[in-house]
Structure formats: structure tokens, C-alpha cells
Design a protein around this ligand. Sequence first.
Ligand SMILES: Nc1ncnc2c1ncn2[C@@H]1O[C@H](COP(=O)(O)OP(=O)(O)OP(=O)(O)O)[C@@H](O)[C@H]1O
Ligand SMILES: [Mg+2]
Length: 344
Amino acid sequence: MTSRHDSAPLLVIDDLHVEFDTGGSTVEAVSGVDLEIRAGETVAVVGESGSGKSVTAMAVLQLLGNGRISGGSVTWDGTDITHASNKKLRSIRGNDIAVVFQDPMTSLDPLYSIGNQLSEALRLHQRMSRKQARERAIELLGMVGIPDPAHKVDAYPHQLSGGQRQRVMIAGALACTPRLMIADEPTTALDVTVEAQVLNLMRDLQRETGVALMLITHDMGVVGEMADRVVVFYAGYVVESGLADDVLNHPQHPYTQALLTAIPRRDTPRDEPMPAIPGTVPGLHEMPAGCRFITRCPYAAERCSEPQEIVRLEVAGKQRDVRCWRADPAHRTSATIESELEVL
Ligand SMILES: Nc1ncnc2c1ncn2[C@@H]1O[C@H](COP(=O)(O)OP(=O)(O)OP(=O)(O)O)[C@@H](O)[C@H]1O
Ligand SMILES: [Mg+2]
């Protein structure tokens, strides 16, 4: 793991801003996100609904519809791709970065067999013959644990279970032997057992192929099991990031602490009511000028009305970024914050 963290990052998102035009006005959905992913690393992205996780992920390949990158930059393997041409982005998507979405039914074409769809991608990006592509498609289906792949290759999406469809999506993502897989809540639609199987599969494939993973999830249990590092989003920016285990065990930002108390873990039954953080995320039209968590933070003070910069500190000898003035050792020690939070 150490060598991974020492290597140059594959993906660097630097001070990213994304705007959308909505019925005559413009809203900023992402307001200054920093995020790095190194080769082979798993970075989890967490945060409540609407915090800008998907928009950030989609901005990497400019899959933004009526939106646009309005500030900051995206660098892939040393090259600035913030405003790259569609042709360049298509080539990166075909060869280097694969995207797996939450609901495979919206990504798989119901009219074509899964083998056909996988082969199509292989023929397009890897210039294989029809026969080679079919053989490779069967091989990929086997790799992702589809039973009897030589027959299942001719199945249509509706003939597969939800878990199998998600595996096909992952097979499709691996078809181009990517260096980075962006997975946006890839297991949310699945039941707990199948979710565990798909996550295990992703981990095994990562070990075999060395692909880096940007994993968007609501589930802190998944973060603990899968991620090297975690980036916590709140209302369009990053409030905390660091090594996953350290952040889970010693959260520094009041929002991370609240999230860890509120978010369901995979080992809690899903029919139990979900504990929630009191209050709601501010809407895009009503963002506070200072700390965006101010309206829900138990420690809100006058100073929190000023814009909050990222404070870089060391927690247990490891780098931690926290967007809260209280985390600054010049103001108070992190131990103080933690003990205060424990009182909560
Ligand atoms: N096409 C769009 N037009 C206008 N606003 C958008 C568009 N896409 C996203 N947004 C807004 O950007 C914000 C961030 O959305 P995003 O989809 O990134 O949230 P998220 O963190 O992925 O949430 P979830 O956990 O629910 O998937 C939201 O307020 C959303 O309404
Ligand atoms: Mg999302």
C-alpha cells in the first residue's frame, strides 16, 4: 500500500467547479472539489444525497448534459483533460477509465444479447475480430462469476438477475482493461448478499488487474471494507479526506462524525428506520457563505460564517484534510474536537 501512495496520482481533480443551467438561472452543484486517485488505489466517495458525488464523477469525462466545468481542472495521467475534445474523452473512456452506473437496466440495451454488447465494445476499442470478441466476452463473463458463460453470453439483459446484470456491467467495464473504474453506487439496487458478492468480485478483480477504483457509496461499512482512502462530500464540496480506517475511527469534521452515526451499515437490517442527521442539506440556491454545515452543526460559532478553507493536519501520523477552522491546531487540538464530539 505504501508504494501506491508514493506513486504519482493517475487522476487529479483540483478545485473543481461545476455549473448547471436550470430554467433561466445557473446553479453551482460542485464548488471546489479536490480529489486524487493513485494506481491500484480504492478511494471511496461518501456524503448525503445531493452532495455532488455523481456530478464530480461525471465531470471527469464531461458527462454533464446541461452542465459544464466552470472552474478548476481534471488531470489524467499527467495530461489536463478539463476541456478535452469529445474524441479524446471517448478514447480515454474506451481505454483508460470505465464507468459503472447504479442501475444496469439503464446502461444495458434490452434489444441485444449481453454477448453482443460486450463484443461490440471489444471490437470497437480493441480491434478484435468477431470470433475473438465473442471468446473474450465469454472469458470476461466467467471472470465476473456468471455461471455457464458459454451459454449465458447469448442471454438478453431481462433474462438475468439484478446481480448478474451488475456483473455484466463490470465485465463491460473491464473489457477495455481500464486503469481506473468509476463506480457510482454499483450495488445499491442489490440485496445484501448479492451486494457482498459483487463487492468481493470488484476487490478480486482489482487484485488481479491492478485497476484503481473510485467508489461512490452511501454505506460506511463498504468504505471500511473496500477503501484505502475516503473523501467526504457535503453540499458540493469536500469536508474531510484521509485514510479510510483513520477517518472512520477518528473523524475530525463534525459532519463526518454525524454521518458515521447516521449512515446505515451493511450489517444493520434494512427494514430498521434509518437514523438521520437533524436538519437538511441547504439547496443550491441557499448555500451559506461560510461553512455549509453551519445550519446543522452543534458547534456552530460566529467564525463559521466565514468561508472555510481546508486545514491540512496530521492525525495519528497520517495526513488529514478537514474543512473546519476548529481542526486547525493553532485554534484547538484535534483531541479537543474529538472529545467534544464524543459527548454528542
Ligand atoms: N442536470 C442537472 N441539472 C441541474 N442540477 C443538477 C443536475 N444534475 C445534478 N444536479 C444537482 O447537483 C447536485 C448534486 O447532485 P449529485 O447527483 O452529484 O448528488 P449525489 O451526491 O450523487 O447524490 P445521490 O447520493 O442522491 O446520488 C444536486 O443538488 C442536484 O440536484
Ligand atoms: Mg449520485
